[in-house]
Design a protein around this ligand. Structure first.
Ligand SMILES: NC(=O)c1ccc[n+]([C@@H]2O[C@H](COP(=O)([O-])OP(=O)(O)OC[C@H]3O[C@@H](n4cnc5c(N)ncnc54)[C@H](O)[C@@H]3O)[C@@H](O)[C@H]2O)c1
Length: 279
């Protein structure tokens, strides 16, 4: 059994830690901010208890999962076989974290990034062992969404790609292989969904609520504004900018000033209680 380290206890990291511990792996959740870590611990505890209440998990299983979860804000405690990072969407931060972890981990530790849009090759090239780096892109909410994009960078070894594919399966998820290209598959296809809706709102053609309601009535599970609030407007804006830049700034994918404004105001969506909607 591998020991898993998940970095970043935000929206994605806490969900991924729940998935890994539920699948039977000892899982350490590392977060820079001790207050955020405490909040994540509480959310995870409540999430597992909620599953027991709904009859989806026995109390014994819940206790066993809880036993497998560990929490820390101390990087020196972060030893693992497989690292899955879900920190801020900035290449430099991810490279720095991986390098600090590489210095205190063994020769075979694998470094997986949950990045939505950054180049895996460019992250890997910041490390001494780029063959040990790959993308492992979960979807939100991680405990519920089945799909995981397994992204091979230019240097990713076959051994690492196979290991992460198997790991994804043992998490009860469905791995899909992607090449390392801007936004991979899902985020690239989804980008116009957000951008076109934002353009309509910018032009005053319809309100956020109306656009959401109409698209949901047409069969989409979530309207674009509700979905952006779930993702986090800071994360969604960072991904929009990253995909736009990497594709050579196509006008049709230009990020919206509304996104920038939401981020500047700290209206990040569900996680802050205010986004396009109030929570
Ligand atoms: N939100 C989504 O829907 C979604 C979906 C798939 C992938 N992602 C990707 O997952 C990553 C995280 O996104 P999120 O939505 O969970 O963000 P988030 O803002 O909810 O959480 C990020 C957490 O990382 C912590 N952090 C920042 N720098 C750190 C560091 N150096 N070491 C340890 N912790 C650090 C922050 O304090 C924060 O708690 C991003 O790369 C994002 O692109 C997000």
């Amino acid at each position: 059994m591998y020991r898993i380290l998940v970095c970043g206890a935000g929206t994605m990291g806490s969900g991924i830690a729940q998935v890994a511990a539920t699948a039977g792996f000892t899982t350490l959740l590392y977060e820079l901010n001790p207050q955020v870590l405490e909040g994540a611990k509480e959310r995870l505890r409540r999430s597992l208890e909620g599953l027991v209440e709904k009859g989806r998990l026995t109390a014994e299983k819940k206790d066993a999962i809880w036993q497998r979860l560990q929490f820390t804000s101390d990087l020196d405690e972060c030893q693992a076989d497989i690292v899955i990072e879900a920190i801020i969407e900035k290449r430099e931060a991810k490279v720095e974290l991986f390098n600090r972890l590489a210095a205190i981990n063994g020769e075979r530790t694998v470094f997986a990034s949950n990045t939505s849009s950054l180049s895996i090759t460019s992250i890997a090239e910041g490390l001494t062992h780029p063959e040990r780096v790959a993308g492992l892109h979960f979807f939100n909410p991680a405990p519920l969404m089945k799909l995981v994009e397994v992204v091979r960078g230019r240097h990713t070894s076959d051994e690492v790609a196979d290991l992460l594919t198997e790991l994804t399966r043992s998490f009860g998820k469905e791995p899909v292989h992607c090449t390392d290209s801007p936004g991979f598959i899902v985020n690239r296809v989804a980008r116009p969904y957000y951008i076109e809706a934002l353009r309509q709102a910018e032009a005053g053609l319809a309100s956020f609520e109306t656009i959401d309601r109409l698209l949901e009535a047409r069969g989409f599970r979530m309207g674009p504004f509700k979905l952006m609030d779930l993702i986090g407007n800071d994360v969604n804006y960072a991904v929009s900018c990253s995909v736009y830049e990497q594709l050579g700034r196509p006008e049709r994918l230009k990020p919206s000033p509304i996104q920038e404004e939401k981020v500047a105001r700290g209206e990040l969506g569900k996680k802050t209680g205010q986004g396009y909607y109030r929570y």
